[in-house]
Structure formats: C-alpha cells, structure tokens
Design a protein around this ligand. Structure first.
Ligand code: ZN
Length: 191
C-alpha cells in the first residue's frame, strides 16, 4: 500500500489505515471549538509520566510545552536511560520544543509539568523565556517520593564558598577575555 491509487479525495489517507475506514482521529466540532484547559494538558502529562515509569523509561515526571493550544514539545524524565542527569522532563520538553521551533526562545509558550520544577528546570524555564508554568504535584510530594530537591534550593541561598560542592573563584581578570571577545564579535547572536 505504498502508493494507493490517487482518487483525488482525502479518503486515500484513511484507507491506508486498513481496518478503520472512518478516521479515528477526526476532531468533533466540540473539540475544535473548546480550547484545552490547563487541567487537560496536566492530565496528559500525568498519563505520560505514569507510562514513563511503567515502560521503564525513567522517573515519574513528564512535561509539555504548549503554544496557541498546540503541543510543540513533550518530554519525560529519561535520566537513567540516557545516562544524562540533566534529562529531566521539563528540560527534555523544552529542548524538543526549541528543536521544533528552530529557536532558542519559547516566548509565548506555556510549560505544563507533572511536578513543581526543580532549580535546574526552573532555570531552564527562565532561559527559555517561557510565559507561564503550570504544575501538578508539589516539591513536598516529590520529596515524599524520594526526589528531594530542597537541598539544592537551600544551596542557592548560600555564598558560593559555603556550598556543599566547594566553589572556588580565581583567574577573574584573565576570564574577562571571553566577554571582550563577545563584545567585539559583530556577528554575535544575542540571547
Ligand atoms: Zn528538573
């Protein structure tokens, strides 16, 4: 069925589905007129998060990036399958949305996450310049499930030298060179 005879109608696409002559994905008039609510997107993300766990893909988290009632990026937590500690659901969704948009900013977009973003994902939301974030479970819920990021939030309030991972500053003068190069580079892409 690679090349069904072209009868000039849209029937050919549904015929390629074989057993289902009536297209199962045809939107009803109701679904077209009523835009999805935040709860709708959060429920979809929650379902993705459950599937992520039961299929062994990673942690119990999922996220969606939505622009104008269209999902442009989906992500689940794939830290353990990708061996990538940054592959949280929100970061994954943001990366995919940016890929889809061929842009490094998501202004005008909303992030829906099954859980309150951790400090890294919160930072990613700001860097992506998202308009808004909706989340379902709280940090406290995540901590009760064994995903406690409170210690990272606490680290942010400490001076660098007092943090659990020692942070030492040196070569500050020499490190001005990259900034000077940036200022002098006329073709720089501001972000
Ligand atoms: Zn995160």
């Amino acid at each position: 069925m690679q090349n069904p005879p072209n009868d000039g109608t849209k029937q050919s696409a549904s015929r390629m589905n074989g057993a289902f002559p009536s297209t199962p994905h045809a939107p009803s008039p109701e679904s077209v007129s009523a835009p999805p609510s935040p709860d709708t997107y959060l429920r979809e993300a929650i379902e993705m998060a459950v599937q992520n766990v039961t299929t062994g893909q990673g942690g119990p988290f999922a996220a969606l990036v939505v622009e104008d009632d269209e999902i442009i990026g989906r992500g689940t937590n794939v830290v353990t399958t990708l061996n990538d500690p940054t592959a949280h659901a929100e970061v994954t969704a943001i990366r995919r949305a940016c890929d889809a948009q061929n842009d490094f900013e998501l202004t005008g977009c909303t992030l829906y996450a099954t859980c309150e973003p951790c400090p890294m994902c919160l930072g990613a939301a700001y860097w992506a310049r998202l308009d808004r974030v909706y989340y379902a479970a709280t940090r406290e819920d995540a901590a009760a499930a064994g995903f406690d990021d409170d210690h990272i939030y606490e680290e942010l309030t400490k001076p660098p030298e007092d943090r659990r991972i020692p942070m030492t500053q040196q070569l500050g003068e020499e490190a001005q060179r990259p900034f000077e190069a940036w200022r002098d580079y006329e073709e720089r892409v501001e972000y």
